[in-house]
Design a protein around this ligand. Sequence first.
Ligand SMILES: [Zn+2]
Ligand SMILES: [Zn+2]
Length: 259
Amino acid sequence: MFIDSHCHINFPELAARLPEIFGKMQENNVSHALCVSVDLPDFPQVLALAEQYPNVYASVGVHPDYEETPEPDVGQLLQLSQHPKIVAIGETGLDYYRLEGDLEWQRERFRTHIRASRASGKPLIIHTRSASEDTIRIMREEGAGTDAGGAGGVMHCFTESLQVAEAAMEMGFYISFSGIVTFKSAKELQAVARAVPLERMLIETDSPYLAPVPFRGKMNEPGLVRHVGEFLASLKEVPLETLAEQTSANFFNLFKIAR
Ligand SMILES: [Zn+2]
Ligand SMILES: [Zn+2]
C-alpha cells in the first residue's frame, strides 16, 4: 500500500473527476492522500474533501507563491487546524524562483506558519525553491524542528542538495520525493534519494503537477504515486513492499494518524 503525502485534488482539473481519481487510487493500491491547502479562500473545499472521504486528510496554510491573497495570522491558523482531519500546517516556506523583489512578506508568512505549528503541535509541510539557505535558517530561528520542541514536518517535493536534506533531518524533518526523482535528468536528486534513509522518507505526487515517468507531461493524480514508490525501491535496491510499508508508516507517524 502506498500513500500520497501531498496532492491538490481540490484543484478544478482534479476535483471535476474525483470518482475516477479514487478508482485509480484503489487500482494502484494507494490507500490515503493528503490534500494540501494553498490559500485561505480555498480552505473550505479542502476541508470538505477531508470530511467527505475517510482516506483523505488535509492541511491548512498559505503557499509562498500566492502573493495577492489574504494573509493568515497565527490565531487563524490555530483555529482552522483544530479539526481532527487537519493534520498539518502548510504548505508554507520560501520560493525565490517564482517571485522576485522584496520577499520579506514571504519570510514573515513562513514564520507565522512555524509559530502556528509549534502552538498546535501539528507538523509543517515546507515548500522551498531557490531559497534553501533562508528556509533552513528560519526553521532554526523559529524552532520548527522536534530538536527544538517544534512539531517537525516534511520538506515536500524535495529538489535540494543532500546537505539541505541533512540539515532538515537533523531538525527531525522527513524528506518527500515526487515524480521529479523519476526524471532521467534528475541524477543529482537520485543521489540524494539514495542517501536519505527509508525511515525519513515520504512519497508524493504534488498532483495535478509533475507526473512521474512513464506519465511525464500528463496530468498527475494520487494513484500515480505508486510509480514514485517503484522507482525509489529500485533506486535504493529494497523490496517494493519494504518501501511501501516504511513510507506509509512514516506518514502515519508524522501526521499522528491511527492506522
Ligand atoms: Zn509546493
Ligand atoms: Zn503542493
